[in-house]
Design a protein around this ligand. Structure first.
Ligand code: PEP
Ligand code: CO
Length: 455
């Protein structure tokens, strides 16, 4: 095997490598035109912001902070509204408050948002009745409707994804810097259908205690008005860097440092299906200055993880590389420990985050793709135990959620049953936690970390 590290990197050097999971665009001329157009558009994020996130993730790698990465499995062109974005932010802010309060460390907040459109598929085709159709690959590529016409990849969708990402990001910036994320609003983040539930009431108690602490600080003469940390939050964007043509078109040279950054999001990750060492995705991401992630499934070998560290973070920069394990509840503890050990012993400063969703997907009796809340919490518990045993820091969680009252994952405090999945099953791809289940998960996660003495 020859070494890619020794080869020169350019934003297009990935093109000489095999790229998995790329759509078969029927009209390559139209694809080129769309990509040229995107390359002429302004960047969505700035290099300095990506560096700030990397520094915060460096704190996670050192065990001084915790990462919450959360949002849709796949953003939708159809479910695109201010309310939708606001509700998602609301629940992530709530989860962060619960975790900050219980763990006593800063929470680094990263959305699967403003660009999380493209989906890898286990099969390129799908059988629908008598039809053999190209699989749905996310709204950035084709439509979900099971017809030949809808499933045809359309490059105009790349341009639309850019514009939707841009308006989403604009709103995210406004919400997080313009008053909505002010700690004074802490009670307002509890949505009505959440507030009446046991976990909503538990949240109210935390919020009331924080109110009291703020009053105490003011009484002591501390200027809480003037401290911007109490009135706004840093919220970052991320998505799976799947469509490399799109990512390349948004890769720009930073005028300050001369380095290349993928300005489609602050953080990008490599999925479980595209992490081949000599593949195009590893090649592309090794050269950009953003913090990057890589999913690791249950069959991942320790040597492979070490090789990824060498290729993606040869300079050993803390916060540059996040491993997102997605093993399945039954496997995580045994499968993760050897990986934690080799990385720890090699001295690589990585962030370890737990994706408790993708290893726990099942098909319900009714034929719906779902995940059981108990399996999700069990995977986090196994993840925390593995870190406790290996004396490493369980750095964060990576979850698929929505702020809406959907019925996509079974169980949780409101005990959603298989037979109720059809009620409000709205996801365009994988099943997400609803707002109540998400808040509940934050409480569970905090308890698991505290029970092991890790926080
Ligand atoms: C995802 O995060 O939506 C996803 C497809 O995950 P994975 O690559 O881990 O299967
Ligand atoms: Co998913």
């Amino acid at each position: 095997m020859f070494s890619v590290v020794a080869q020169a990197w350019t934003p297009s050097s990935w093109q000489a490598r095999p790229a998995e999971q790329q759509p078969e665009w029927p009209d390559t001329g139209a694809l080129d035109r769309a990509l040229k157009q995107i390359a002429s558009f302004p960047p969505l994020v700035f290099a300095g912001e990506a560096r700030a996130l990397q520094a915060s993730l460096g704190q996670v790698a050192a065990g001084n902070a915790f990462l919450v990465q959360a949002g849709d499995c796949a953003e939708s062109f159809e479910e695109f509204s201010a309310v939708n974005i606001r509700e998602k932010l609301r629940v992530i802010l709530q989860m962060s408050v619960v975790l900050t309060y219980s763990l006593g460390v800063p929470i680094v907040k990263v959305g699967r948002i403003a660009g999380q459109f493209a989906k890898p598929r286990s099969s390129a085709y799908e059988q629908v009745g008598d039809l053999r159709l190209p699989s749905f690959r996310g709204h950035i590529v084709n439509g979900a409707t099971p017809t030949e016409a809808a499933r045809l990849p359309d490059p105009e969708r790349l341009v639309q994804a850019y514009h939707q990402s841009s308006s989403t990001l604009n709103l995210v910036r406004a919400f997080t810097k313009g008053g909505f994320a002010d700690l004074a609003q802490i009670h307002a983040w509890n949505q009505e259908f959440v507030a009446s539930s046991p976990e909503g009431q538990r949240y109210e108690q935390v919020a009331a205690e924080i109110d009291r602490a703020l009053r105490f600080m003011r009484a002591c003469g501390i200027d809480t008005e003037g401290n911007h940390n109490l009135h706004e939050v840093d919220f970052y964007t991320s998505h799976e860097a799947l469509l490399l043509g799109y990512e390349e078109a948004l890769t720009r040279q930073d005028s300050l440092t001369g380095g290349w950054y993928d300005c489609s999001a602050h953080m990008l990750w490599i999925g479980e299906r595209t992490r081949q060492l000599d593949g195009a995705h590893v090649e592309f991401l090794r050269g950009v200055g953003n913090p990057i992630g890589c999913k690791v499934g249950p069959t991942t070998e320790p040597e492979f993880v070490l090789e990824l560290c060498e290729r993606l973070n040869p300079a050993r920069v803390p916060g540059r590389l996040t491993f997102i394990s997605r093993m399945g509840a039954a496997k995580v503890e045994d499968a993760l420990r050897p990986l934690l050990r080799v990385v720890r012993d090699a001295g690589h400063p990585v962030v370890w985050a737990c994706d408790p969703m993708h290893g726990n997907t099942v098909t319900s009796v009714s034929g719906r793709k779902t995940r059981a809340f108990d399996d999700i919490t069990a995977e986090i518990a196994g993840f925390v135990r593995a870190h406790h045993t290996e004396r490493t820091w369980p750095g964060g969680i990576h979850v698929e959620l929505t702020g809406d009252n959907v019925t996509e994952c079974t169980g949780g405090a409101d005990k959603i049953l298989d037979s109720q999945l059809d009620d409000r099953y709205q996801t365009v791809c994988d099943p997400r936690l609803n707002a109540r289940q998400s808040l509940d998960l934050a409480f569970h996660t905090a308890e698991m970390l505290r029970a092991t003495g890790l926080a």
